[in-house]
Write a protein that binds this ligand. Structure first.
Ligand code: ZN
Length: 244
């Protein structure tokens, strides 16, 4: 693919790259994609509710136990490891080329791989807090409960620090992401179908002429991409950083 060598050259020449990633970055590690054909949305569930509803603010408020059952069963996936895409991004950050990873994923795989500047638009499953007093908890604390965890100070309900359907994104995260994207020289967008707003609208803030889109399937932003690389993101990212 001739685009690969052109993009490699761009990466070699730039010290101001931002990576914006979606579910496809994690599927290569075995995390189910919400929207792909085999993802959560198309899985048969025992419950009468849609996955989208089970991950909504409303469902959490009304059925905290069922909500946590669902999160533990479907989102806390044991044994997942960072893949070559995560590793490639660590390399680019370590050699001073990559400014930040902006991700829609909540699985902490970027941090596990060693990335430092990671903006988690949809939150993460490492951090938890009490709805009533705000006390913070970690995953081990939450896992020690059979169902929804309760605060050890005030007995309030403890929730994961993820953005549920019906909730807005953290505004500090969002404005930091906008700043990074609007100031970056090279924007690599990977593993996202670019259909979920507001996250998808973020790339409209990019003002440069080196927008690189990497995806398995066509996206609505393919036409505005300066370089389009179609295929497995872990393979492509690995190839892109070889020798840089
Ligand atoms: Zn509390």
């Amino acid at each position: 693919m001739e685009n690969i060598s052109e993009v490699k050259k761009i990466i070699k020449e730039s010290n101001n790259i931002v990576f914006f990633g979606g579910a496809g970055v994690s599927t290569a590690s075995g995390v189910p994609d919400f929207r792909s054909a085999t993802g959560l949305y198309n899985r048969n569930n025992d419950s009468d509710y849609s996955p989208e509803y089970m991950l909504s603010h409303e469902f959490f408020t009304n059925h905290p136990d069922k909500f946590m059952d669902y999160v533990k069963e479907n989102l806390m996936i044991e044994g997942i490891r960072p893949n070559d895409c995560h590793k490639a991004l660590v390399k680019l950050e370590n050699i001073g080329k990559l400014k930040a990873v902006i991700t829609q994923n909540i699985d902490s795989l970027h941090q596990e791989a060693g990335s430092k500047n990671v903006i988690e638009l949809h939150g993460n499953l490492r951090d938890y807090y009490c709805l009533d007093c705000g006390k913070k908890f970690d995953l081990d604390y939450v896992k020690s409960f059979n169902r929804a965890a309760k605060c050890d100070v005030c007995r309030g309900l403890v929730r994961p620090d993820i953005v549920l359907y019906g909730e807005s994104l953290n505004s500090d995260n969002l404005s930091y992401a906008v700043k990074l994207i609007s100031e970056t020289d090279v924007l690599i967008v990977g593993g996202t179908s670019l259909v979920v707003y507001p996250a998808a609208g973020l790339i409209d803030f990019y003002r440069g002429n080196k927008l690189i889109v990497i995806n398995m399937d066509p996206t609505p932003k393919d036409k505005s991409a300066d370089f389009l690389l179609q295929g497995d993101i872990s393979k492509i990212m690995k190839e892109l950083v070889e020798g840089v």
